[in-house]
Structures are given as C-alpha cells and as structure tokens.
Design a protein around this ligand. Structure first.
Ligand code: ATP
Ligand code: PYR
Length: 578
C-alpha cells in the first residue's frame, strides 16, 4: 500500500522569520554537489517564493513525524546513505561525477525516438518490432505513399497502442509542403562535372540533358549565378542562363540523377505558400484519423501556423503543430514561428541546402535553446544514422551527432530513410536507444537551463514544476503527476528532472501525445472521484509493471491549469513511499 512519507509546508519553511534568511534556508536544501548553475538561479527562485499568495498551499506531507525544518536527508533515511553512496560510486564508474548524491541512475531512456515509416517498416510485424525496440513516435512523410498506405500505418499503430500495456506510440503526419522536385526519368542518368544540363518547367521532359521541374515559378525564382542542389547537396548545378521556360546549368558536383529528386536553391526559399492544396487535403486526412502531431514543412512565418491552428479549431481537432525549420526565410522569424507552434523540428536536410551547411549545427543549438526557453517540444532530424540505411553499424560521427542532440536537450531524435527504406531499421533504433541512454547517464542531475520557464512565469504551476524537479532530483525519485490536458507533464518535462515523469491521464489522446516529450512515461488510467484511491491505484500499477519497486519513494505532484481533486489555488507536492 502506498504510504505518505513526508508532509511539510515549504511555504512556512521558507517564509518563517524564526528559521533564518531565505538564502540560508535555501542553502540547506541544496545537496553539496549541486551544480553552480542551480545556485545561480537561487536569486530567481527566492524572488518567486516571496511572492507566493497566502491562499496558496504548498505541501509536502509526512505521516511518520512532522519536522520543523526541511533537510535533505531525514534521520530515518540515514541507513540508506550507504546504499546511496554505492549508487553514486556506480554512477562515477559510468563517468558521471557531477550528479547529486541523492540521485539514482537513469534506467529509462528520456530522449524520444521518432521513426519514419516506409516500405521497410509498414507491416504489422515491423511496427510491433520498432515499438519494442524503442520507437516513441511514428512519422508518415506525405511526400511519399498515398492515403491508403498511410491509413494502413495509422491503423496498425492504433492497434499496437490498444493492445500494449505499458507503451504507446504517437502518430505524426509530416506535410509535403511546397517542395520543388525534378520529374520522372525513364532511368537514372549519370552527370559529369562541367557538363551542361537543363531544368525546364515543360511537363514530361526526361532525357540525358534535360528534366522537368514540378514548379512553374522555378524560372522566375532563380537567377544566373545561383547554386541548385539536388537531394540536399548530393549533386549541385551552377545556373548559367535562363529562357522563358528553362534554366541552363553547368554541373558542379555530378552523380546519378534519379526520378523525383528534391531541388533547393542555395539561400532562397520558393515563393510558394507553406501549406499547398495537397497539404490541406493531407491535413484533413490527419483530422479524420485523429493523428497527434502535424510536422509542417517549409514554414516561413507565424501566419501559416495561426491559419492551421484556426482550421483545427474550426474542426474541433486537438492536434499539435510542430513547425519544421528548414527554409532560409524562416530564420529571421524563428521566435514568432516557434511562439505560435507547439514545437519545432530541426529539419537539417533542407536547412543545410537552403543555407550554408556550416550554419546547421549553430542553428540546431539555437532552435533547441529557443524551444527549451519557451517550453516547446523540439526534434532533431535527418542523417542521424544515414550510413545505417545500408550498413549494420553506424559511423562514429553519427554516434556523436546523436549524443550532441541529447546533450543539447532535444525532446526527440528522428530516423528518416534509416527506418523508411533502410536495410537495418531495428538496429538503427537500437543504436539510437543505446547512445541516448548512455549519453543521458552523463548529464548532471539538478542543473537547470537558464531562462527556462519564461513562458510560464505568471503561473503557479511553473513554480511547482521547478520545485518538484528540485525535490525529486534531491531525493533521487521519479515524479508522479495526474493530468487531464498534458500541461503539467509537459511543464515538468521542460525542467528535465533526473527521474522519470510518470504522467497518468484519463484521456488516451493525451497519453499518445505525451510520448514525444523528454522524460515522460505516459500512462492511461481511469480517475476515480477519490484522490487517495486514484493515487494508490497509480502507484500499484507502477509497481505491478515493474516501473517502481516496493519501498521506493516518488514525488507526487498536484498542480497545473485544470485542478483534479484540489481547489484552483491549492497545489501540492508530496513524497510517498510505494
Ligand atoms: N510512405 C513512403 N512510401 C514509400 N517510400 C517512402 C515513404 N516514406 C519514406 N520513403 C522513402 O524513404 C526515403 C527517406 O524518407 P524521408 O522521410 O527522409 O524523405 P525524403 O523525401 O528523403 O526527405 P524529406 O524528409 O525532405 O521529405 C524517401 O526518400 C523515400 O524513398
Ligand atoms: C526532415 C526534413 O524534412 C528535412 O530534414 O529536410
């Protein structure tokens, strides 16, 4: 049976004049090895705490005995110090010397894995195997396949979710967007550096020296001196001259040109709307099938995000919008685009074609930083394990690339061709899983990214997410949260606590959506009218599934926008023993 092990009023501990200054008392809360960045935030935290409204109760309950002071390790916990010390030593052996003494090693992967489903993986057997290997989000690229083939994938993922006890996969529909592609060729053609080649807006051309382009304004958009890139730079062409319907080029980097290849003009975005007619049709298909996310290609400004959100509202569709940052035009508008959306994808393929390739890592870091500061989801995509499309093992550079994305704080890393048409889709997921897990074990627990929570600074939930994170990091526990909208689970995720966030929800749509978020383990459960009964059921379920052990402590958080079993102004954090 779940046991309440701690009850304390943090508010009175911090605010009572008898017990020293806020600074001194806050100092006592810090385990010795807390990273300096957390300490730097202290001033901020303190400020927030002094403005707590009198009506707001912040409680942490202890039934065994109520202590006048909050101290990191309570007397009855002393025998556990040896065990904690051994845990610390194990962590140090893993190379992590900076985590708090009270932290426990991370055993559950936090960074989520997005898999693109294609010919290699669109069967029941493969979707089940991908899910068991670690896929958290199934992505459908609407540039390929048709509604019938995507429908089959959606149905299979939903079938998997319906029968799975402890795992759930989100569905992401990635729009084709205003892609410019070359036309069909009877067979691939070999192009040599220095030779002439023509792109034309005339339909149906496919010879050894000329091919159609699917976009009529192509001739207007390019100028002599522009560089055309095929498949993100696999081949490149220098524009020499143009006529009314054709663009004459010199091949710079040659190779094999196949049918329907992606074309970019270096430094320029096509003057096409971000959401094309085909995209609206695909978006409607997503509404009909209740997908969880749209990944919107080639977003250039916030207006298009508002337009899509208004459309979704008019359909009463609760689908989140992830903007793909891949267009040169999007860069000056990054803040407003991300503000309007629910998250962003660093779509490095097109980004590295429209902009100089050396900008990609810098933009990746910047986009992750912006998303993190606004509390939005962020996905790093493209070429992550590219060599595994044909080889069973990754390059060392690819492994480092995953580790960098994990360290930078991405919610998710994405596989494209590796799982869509690669030879080793399951191995690719396993590599991503292992590399993410290993990297996460070296990320210090207890540090807080600067600026985090700016988007929520006026909401009490932010302070509770912050303190629940501090508390669970200090004690080395997981967090248990109950949510109807997903809001509190997402907020906790953005503070990146060391332990897993077990997010219980009574809504299957929310459960599916939460699969994308870093550190969140979403669990569907019917809520009863009685809070205590629901808490016990939740902890019982975690124990039954082997997610927590008997005797383990968890931090249980009751906060967020929509109160469940509490008054609007009452927020709680409890520490409970399973
Ligand atoms: N649903 C699908 N049906 C058939 N082939 C697919 C499907 N999805 C992906 N593929 C294949 O997998 C490859 C890699 O997928 P990816 O999603 O990266 O597409 P892409 O066209 O290469 O790039 P982008 O993401 O810019 O659209 C595609 O080029 C295509 O050959
Ligand atoms: C994912 C994607 O669309 C890109 O990298 O361009």
């Amino acid at each position: 049976m779940a046991q309440v092990v701690a009850t304390r009023s943090i508010q009175s501990s911090f605010m009572s004049s008898r017990s020293g200054s806020v600074q001194e008392r806050a100092e006592k809360l810090k385990p010795p090895s807390f990273a300096s960045r957390v300490m730097e935030r202290q001033a901020m935290t303190t400020k927030k705490l002094t403005v707590v409204r009198r009506s707001t109760r912040i409680t942490a309950k202890r039934s065994v005995r109520v202590e006048p002071e909050v101290i990191p390790v309570s007397p009855e916990d002393l025998p556990k110090r040896e065990e904690k010390f051994q845990q610390l030593q194990r962590l140090q052996q893993l190379g992590d010397t900076s985590v708090s003494m009270w932290s426990t090693p991370t055993v559950r992967r936090k960074t989520k894995i997005v898999c693109t489903i294609g010919p290699s993986t669109n069967t029941k057997e493969m979707i089940w195997k991908l899910a068991e290997a670690g896929m958290n989000v199934a992505r459908m690229n609407m540039s390929h396949g048709d509604h019938a083939s995507h429908q089959k994938v959606i149905d299979l993922v939903k079938e998997y979710n319906a029968q799975s006890k402890d795992n759930v996969i989100s569905i992401m529909l990635d729009t084709k967007g205003p892609e410019v592609r070359s036309g069909d060729l009877p067979q691939p053609i070999n192009l040599e550096s220095g030779q002439e080649f023509t792109f034309t807006i005339r339909r149906g051309v496919g010879t050894t020296d000329s091919v159609s382009v699917n976009y009529d304004d192509f001739v207007n958009d390019v100028e002599a001196g522009d560089m055309l890139l095929v498949d993100g730079g696999m081949m490149s062409f220098l524009v020499k001259s143009k006529t009314e319907d054709s663009v004459k080029c010199e091949v710079v980097d040659g190779g094999e040109l196949k049918s329907r290849r992606h074309l970019n003009v270096r430094g320029k975005s096509a003057t096409l709307p971000s959401i094309t007619e085909k995209d609206w049709d695909d978006i409607k298909f997503g509404v009909d099938n209740q997908v969880d996310f749209y990944a919107v290609s080639f977003v250039k400004d916030a207006q298009v995000v508002h337009e899509l959100k208004n459309y979704l509202k008019s359909c009463n569709a609760d689908i989140h919008v992830i903007v793909k940052i891949e267009s040169a035009d999007s860069i000056p508008n990054l803040h407003s685009i991300i503000t309007a959306s629910d998250g962003a994808m660093v779509a490095r393929g097109d980004l590295g074609a429209e902009l100089p390739i050396e900008e990609v890592p810098l933009l990746q870091e910047e986009i992750i930083r912006i998303c993190r500061s606004m509390g939005k989801a962020v996905i790093v995509a493209t070429n992550m394990l590219e060599s595994m499309i044909v080889h069973p093992t990754p390059t060392r550079a690819e492994v480092s690339d995953i580790a960098i994305a994990v360290r930078e704080g991405a919610d998710a890393v994405m596989l494209s061709g590796e799982t869509a048409h690669g030879k080793f889709p399951l191995k690719a997921v396993k590599v991503m899983h292992t590399v993410s897990l290993r990297t996460e074990a070296t990320i210090p627990g207890g540090t807080m990214p600067p600026n985090l929570g700016q988007a929520f600074k006026n909401h009490m939930s932010e302070m509770f997410a912050y303190h629940a994170t501090m508390m669970s990091n200090t004690l080395g526990t997981s967090i248990v949260v109950f949510t109807k909208t997903g809001f509190m689970a997402i907020l906790l995720s953005h503070y990146r606590p060391s332990g897993t966030i077990f997010a219980f929800t009574n809504d299957k749509t929310i459960q599916q959506r939460l699969s994308l978020y870093q550190g969140v383990c979403p669990i569907y459960m019917q809520f009863s009218d009685d809070a205590e009964e629901t808490f016990e059921n939740a902890l019982g379920l975690l124990q039954k599934q082997g997610m927590v052990k008997e005797g383990e402590e968890v931090a249980l958080v009751q906060s967020g926008r929509q109160p469940i079993w509490r008054f609007q102004s009452t927020h709680n954090i409890q520490v409970r023993k399973v």
